[in-house]
Design a protein around this ligand. Sequence first.
Ligand code: MSP
Length: 648
Amino acid sequence: MNETKKTFYITTPIYYVNDVPHIGHAYTTIAADISVRYKKLDGYQTFFLTGTDEHGQKVQQAAEKNGVSPKEHVDSLHKRFKDLWVRFDIMNDDFIRTTEDRHKSVVTDILKDLFERGEIYKDTYEGWYCMPCERFWTEKDVPEKLCPECKRSVENISESNYFFKMGNYQDWLIEYIQSNEDFIKPTSRKNEVLGFLKKPLGNLCISRPKERLPWGIPLPFDQDYVTYVWFDALINYISVHGSVNQIKETPYWPASHHLVGKDILTTHAVYWSTMLKAMGLELPKNIFAHGWWTVNGQKMSKSLRNVVEPNLLVDQFGSDVIRYFLMREVPFGQDGDFSHKALIGRINSDLANNLGNLLSRSLNMIKKYCDGKIPASDTTDSSDEKLIAKAKKVVSETFAHLDQLAYNKALTKTWELLDAANLYINDSAPWNLAKSDETKGRLHTVLYNSAETIRIAAILLYPFMPKSAENMLRQIGIETPILELGTQSLQNWGGLEAGTQTNPGPQLFPRIDEKQAAKILVTAEAGDKEPEKKPIEKIESEQVAIDDFFKIDLRIGKIIEAEKVKKSKKLVKLKVDIGIETRQVVAGIAASYEPEQLIGRKIILVANLKPAKLMGIESQGMVLAGSDDDKIVLAGFDQQLEPGTRVK
Ligand code: MSP
């Protein structure tokens, strides 16, 4: 993918704010981060965008289920993504949320313009609709009346809606895809899109009636409707840069790459392309569809309880190791399988044995034979020349692979260089060269070349493992940040200065021994298993008369403040608004809820309970919740009710 200007703009999909972030989300974001770090290294002016998709039916329903408003719901949930990206050292320039005014105003302007120019029209639609997916289907798509995407029942509805004249652009789009080789990658996915475009392309319904779905951006020309969530979401890629006119001025449009999973290629390649065409904007240079991760051969799903939690992986292995594993294990574009066994295998063979070993043995020998200072290279023989030629080749091939987003091939190249250096050390046997004064010159050359290989490998690895790469350079005595060194520092062999004081540190990637590995695997497997069904308690409590029950005054309360009680694992101190007054309540729910999750949430409060002190703090009521040994779940309502309302 040739870049003419030295600017680079890469995006990830904006993630559904409701979803719990998993390794699939981390995968795309890490890939984008690697590309952007590589381009920065190469002197490009870059922009990296990620964010959250916050409108639509699912968000509205989830908020209702939690007893909070959709706005409160998204304000609290989007942070899970933001926080995860910090943990993975993601260098995004912006994080867009579709509920922000800066996004909504651009969507509104685009809709107005397209409507005024006749690209959007009103019509009555009769057909099949999948509520959870918010998608319309034709009779042919749903022979068994099940949604082709989620396999749930579809409903027959007749509804007036607004449509975008997508079908008008079908021939143009086919021609565009065919004549722009790099537009959709991998090629197999491009062919799938062309296959899809063989059927007549209908127009796209871009509205949803507000009475059915209020949580969306209102259509500027008809306040009874909100914008279809995909039409809204795709615009994030440009709304981050301002109005349509501002996009024409920014150096970042057209985008260099939209990274997407294979499931959302059609929405990008077809909906987004035709929307851009109608807006009079250029298409992105490339849309790259990557594959999906399974876990131990199974689809990741909440019901199978096998969703791999990226925060736990970072806690256990560190972000660089996970970044490396995800990119090394599977060619970008193909499906892959995650297992702790494969992860441990990679840590031990690639990171500890190969990379870590080259670093530690080179530094040990420099310490032992050269007082810890990088020696000067002396005479050069054919084995040195072979290593130098290998390094040159690996550098240019790595860059070529990174340009193609072939991350795993880029890593394979670096490992070819590490292998070559380890072999070079074995064949040269510096420990023998050190035995005689006559071979000191050779000893120095071999040790210099080993350290110089480490310098080159560290810079090549920087986009993938930024922290480890900086650490490797520090250990061989280079303090300059890698981004300042740039790719030009890889142009010539010999960048490492003789006489530099090395600074060996602890093992970069310690080996995971069999005992540790067994422990990790047992814990991981336990996490993946279905929980055992616990016997349900019999109802043995004494019966109460209805009059006695009505003595309990249950009220709806809204949590306005929440903080953990110091020195307690279980208790949270809450301020609860019950309409007429605010109560201070101490609740034993800290094991299952973070204070930030609680703010804005509606709960059921026993309002006439005698106040009691818990850990010295007065509690003026009790919050109702269900609990088993594993978790506590707050009782709530599936629709909104005002604080203070009585529960009977
Ligand atoms: N909100 C839309 C995207 C709008 S972009 C304008 C969406 N969100 S999502 O959260 O459902 O998915 C985001 C991305 O995660 C998609 O690219 C999807 O392919 C990816 N993945 C979801 N599960 C995945 C795996 N198991 N493996 C790899 N990627 C996966 O779609």
